[in-house]
Design a protein around this ligand. Structure first.
Ligand code: ZN
Length: 337
């Protein structure tokens, strides 16, 4: 059985986050792309479609998409990023009248910054995710893999509000497009809860969302009892692990996740791939080692589903990023060979 791995490259290289250089690392994109190309040397490159915000609109609210487009067009340094205000509903009396005011309205934390580079990267990543999904759906269910190297990441972005360094929910954008052609499972193996992806499909029975993550952030979502809305009971599966868990606990959660996906019998898989579950990364909340990423890939590839991969967390220039990426894609290629 042959398969055709392809990647959807962003139209412009993502520029380092200006305000918090320690938090949004493009190295996870470059390392992932390099590892993917080594594992699949014949992989084709998809030409991304226009990044006019249309892809983001398939999941996100129009006002929020307009805000990100506005941010992409502002001169570098023009924004005085507001600190110390979170727009709780009780606080809001009037609609904000400035970009800074909308920044408070549209982000649920203070570390997420709509710099021009971040907004441009978000628009590119959303477009590439949409384009990758369309390519995969066009293959009609044949074994295939699309890598979408996304920066900024996406899995914390909700339909009408961003945060956790995420602006557009790239995995959700891909899943929404794929769900037009069949059932979709989203598996999130970033260290943190995929709260944005969960929110996009919480009441949608055509998409199963599964997240394996460390207990904690964002503290108001990610619990095991969040199992889907009234129209989609059982369509969300959270598998939170105690802080400090190693691969033994992770592997058990993965087995639960994969059997749930098997029972759901999706036509497509979207994989939200982060490296921050590695013990060197993600503040050490989980304790995976680089070789564990090979096991993860082997098990997930064993589903033999047409798969679209988005890149999520990685918050430092860690040696483990490139090694984990290499282990992951080599193992996937080996399994599908
Ligand atoms: Zn993360």
């Amino acid at each position: 059985m042959s398969f055709n791995p392809v990647f959807a490259e962003m139209t412009e290289p993502y520029v380092e986050h200006q305000e918090f250089p320690d938090l949004v690392y493009p190295t996870s994109v470059t390392a992932t792309l390099a590892a993917f190309r080594r594992a699949f040397p014949d992989a084709a490159r998809l030409v991304p479609e226009t990044d006019d915000g249309a892809a983001a609109l398939t999941v996100h609210a129009p006002g929020y998409v307009e805000f990100v487009k506005e941010g992409a067009g502002r001169p570098e340094g023009a924004t005085k990023f507001p600190l110390n205000v979170i727009a709780m509903p009780e606080l809001r009396v009037s609609e904000p009248r400035t970009f800074e005011g909308r920044h408070i309205q549209y982000f649920f934390d203070e570390v997420t910054r709509a710099t021009p580079a971040v907004c441009q990267g978000a628009l590119h990543s959303a477009a590439a995710s949409h384009q990758g999904a369309r390519w995969l759906a066009g293959r009609g269910g044949d074994p295939a893999m699309v890598l979408v190297p996304c920066r900024p990441p996406g899995h914390h972005a909700l339909p009408a509000i961003g945060g956790g360094l995420c602006l557009f929910a790239n995995a959700a954008i891909a899943a929404r497009e794929l769900s037009r052609d069949g059932r979709v499972a989203v598996l999130d193996i970033d260290q943190d809860h995929g709260n944005g992806t969960q929110a996009a499909f919480y009441d949608d029975p055509s998409v199963l969302t599964v997240s394996i993550h460390a207990e904690g952030w964002p503290h108001v979502a990610g619990f095991a009892e969040e199992t889907g809305g009234p129209a989609a009971p059982g369509a969300n599966l959270n598998l939170p692990l105690p802080v400090g868990s190693g691969f033994a606990a992770y592997e058990a959660a993965l087995a639960t996740a994969l059997s749930a996906i098997g029972r759901f019998a999706p036509k497509y898989l979207v994989l939200a791939l982060g490296y921050d579950a590695h013990q060197e990364q993600g503040f050490g909340l989980l304790r995976l080692e680089v070789d564990d990423f090979a096991v993860l890939a082997d098990r997930i590839a064993g589903l033999r589903l047409p798969t679209l991969v988005t890149t999520e967390g990685c918050y430092g220039y860690y040696d483990s990023t490139a090694v984990a990426a290499t282990r992951f894609f080599d193992a996937w290629a080996e399994r599908w060979r």
